[in-house]
Design a protein around this ligand. Structure first.
Ligand SMILES: CC(C)(COP(=O)(O)OP(=O)(O)OC[C@H]1O[C@@H](n2cnc3c(N)ncnc32)[C@H](O)[C@@H]1OP(=O)(O)O)[C@@H](O)C(=O)NCCC(=O)NCCS
Length: 174
C-alpha cells in the first residue's frame, strides 16, 4: 500500500515526454478498450509527438518514488464555439498501484485545474460501458451520464459502447 504522501501529482512538461511516452504506450497496450487511440498508432511516433501531446492538452502525472505511474489530461476546446467545454482524457494508473486512490487524486487535480480556467463551464468525458471502476469514480465526482454511443469503437470484430458523462462546473459547488 502506497502512503498518500508518497504520491506526488503535478502538471507534466515537455521535459517529461520520455516518461509520458512510456506510461502512455503501456496504457494503450494494456487497456485497449479504454482508449480511442490504438497502441499501433502511437508506438512508432517520435518523442516530439509525445512532447506535443503534453502541450496540446495539459496533462497531470502521478509520481510514486519519482516514477511516473498515472496520467490524466484536460483537452480544452480550441474552436471559439467550444471554448466553454473541456474533456477529461488519457486517464490511466499503472496496474500495480491501482485501488489506492491515485486516479481519484489525479481527477481532483484535473477538476481543480479546470475550475481555474474561467472559460470552462462543462467538463466532458467518455467511459467504455463495463468499466465500472472508472464510471463509479466519475459519478462520485459529480459527472452525470447523458447518453450511450452504441458501437462507438471496434477492436477486431468486437464493438464497444461508450457512455458520455458531463460535469457542469457552474452548477457543481464542490
Ligand atoms: C480506472 C483507473 C484509472 C482507476 O485507477 P485507480 O488509481 O485504481 O483508482 P482509485 O484507487 O483512485 O479508485 C477510484 C475509485 O474506484 C474504487 N476502486 C478502485 N479500484 C477498484 C476495484 N478494483 N474494485 C472496486 N472499486 C475500485 C476506489 O474505491 C475508488 O472509489 P472511492 O473514491 O469511493 O474510494 C485504473 O483502473 C486504470 O488505469 N484502468 C485502465 C485504464 C482506464 O480504464 N482508464 C479510464 C478510461 S475512462
Amino acid at each position: 500500500m502506497v502512503q498518500a504522501q508518497t504520491v506526488h501529482i503535478r502538471l507534466l512538461t515537455r521535459d517529461d515526454a520520455a516518461a509520458y511516452q512510456a506510461v502512455r504506450l503501456r496504457a494503450l497496450q494494456e487497456s485497449p478498450d479504454a482508449f480511442t487511440v490504438s497502441y499501433s498508432e502511437e508506438v512508432d511516433q517520435p518523442l516530439t509527438h509525445f512532447a506535443a501531446m503534453l502541450e496540446i492538452a495539459p496533462t497531470f502525472g502521478a509520481f510514486v518514488g519519482g516514477k511516473l505511474v498515472g496520467l490524466i489530461g484536460v483537452s480544452i476546446g480550441r474552436w471559439l464555439k467550444l471554448r466553454h467545454r473541456a474533456t477529461i482524457i488519457r486517464v490511466y494508473v499503472a496496474p500495480e498501484l491501482r485501488g489506492q486512490g491515485i486516479a481519484r487524486r489525479l481527477l481532483d487535480a484535473a477538476l481543480a485545474y479546470a475550475r481555474q480556467q474561467p472559460q470552462i463551464e462543462i467538463l466532458d468525458l467518455e467511459v467504455t460501458v463495463g468499466n465500472e471502476v472508472a464510471r463509479r469514480m466519475y459519478a462520485e465526482a459529480g459527472f452525470v451520464s447523458y447518453g450511450v454511443n452504441r458501437r462507438a469503437f471496434k477492436i477486431d470484430d468486437q464493438y464497444y459502447d461508450v457512455e458520455m458523462m458531463a460535469l457542469d462546473l457552474k452548477r457543481d459547488s464542490r
